[in-house]
Write a protein that binds this ligand. Structure first.
Ligand SMILES: [Zn+2]
Length: 278
């Protein structure tokens, strides 16, 4: 029952992310107050990005609208990007996986329920950042800053739940580790090897990682995922593998963070046992 709810809820979050990303991007190009009101995330109505036709409720059912319309807009028949159903599916998957493997106790009490709800919001923000970075190679401050506040509240609540000040110390160390490293790389390379957005995002990711070893694991996973992706791109012949290959790093950092939050302790335990038994 909970799983079904989370799937539906995750699909809706994904759908919200799709609308958010498009509106955020459209907002940056306009100064007209009327247009900004139309594009308001809380008030504006959803419209087709191609023909700008306002979408009816039946067009906004996540996943099913896209499938029943065979990936085309009902009004102008232009194809709708597969990004839309994909983001919805990813949203649902991450929520269900988070629920099954949530490391901070089943959301039974109000405190635990709040912690999991805030995590769902963080996941929504993460998805928004990832899609934005993939499409436009930018991680917007408008998302990073509130998300960092949200992440700090999440860590604070987990510390209260576990009656442990060590969690706060670990998070601070994680944040300093990743931010320090990224900031140094940014300064040394003059912003060529890593984007300014990644540096700003580093604080949130380090906070969530929650420790020095977890931060290293996060960086290792993110680089491995990004390298794997670059190799696949070059093998498929779409892009040449060279130093000019520009891929957004944000989504890999974010994916690695989600893995570390959910499975970090298990992975590090497994690794420690491996080293000891060798
Ligand atoms: Zn249309």
């Amino acid at each position: 029952m909970v799983t079904v709810f989370l799937i539906v809820f995750g699909l809706c979050l994904g759908s919200f992310v799709n609308a958010c990303v498009w509106r955020l991007h459209e907002q940056t190009g306009t100064t007209s107050q009327k247009k900004l009101r139309e594009l308001s995330i809380s008030k504006g109505r959803s419209q087709c990005p191609e023909c700008r036709h306002q979408l009816a409720a039946k067009d906004l059912v996540p996943l099913f609208s896209w499938i029943s319309l065979r990936g085309r807009c009902r009004y102008c028949k232009n194809p709708i990007s597969w990004q839309y159903p994909l983001v919805e599916l990813v949203g649902a998957t991450v929520l269900v996986v988070s629920y099954i493997w949530w490391p901070h106790g089943a959301p039974g009490s109000i405190l635990e329920g709040s912690i999991f709800s805030i995590w769902a919001l963080v996941v929504t923000g993460f998805l928004t950042l990832s899609v934005y970075d993939i499409r436009w190679y930018i991680l917007p401050d408008k998302v990073i800053l509130p998300l960092t506040v949200l992440g700090s509240i999440l860590i604070g609540l987990i510390a209260i739940q576990q009656h442990s000040g060590d969690i706060l110390v670990g998070s601070a160390i994680g944040a300093i580790t990743i931010f320090g490293l990224f900031y140094t790389i940014y300064q040394v390379s003059g912003g060529k090897w890593i984007g300014g957005g990644d540096v700003k995002l580093a604080i949130l990711l380090g906070l969530l990682a929650g420790g020095f070893m977890q931060a290293l694991l996060l960086l290792f996973l993110a680089s491995s995922l990004a390298t794997g992706y670059a190799v696949i791109l070059s093998l498929s012949g779409k892009k040449k593998l060279n130093r000019k290959l520009h891929i957004p790093f944000g989504p890999f950092l974010i994916a690695a963070t989600v893995i570390v939050v959910l499975f970090g302790t298990d992975i590090l335990d497994w690794y420690t046992h491996l080293v000891i038994s060798v």
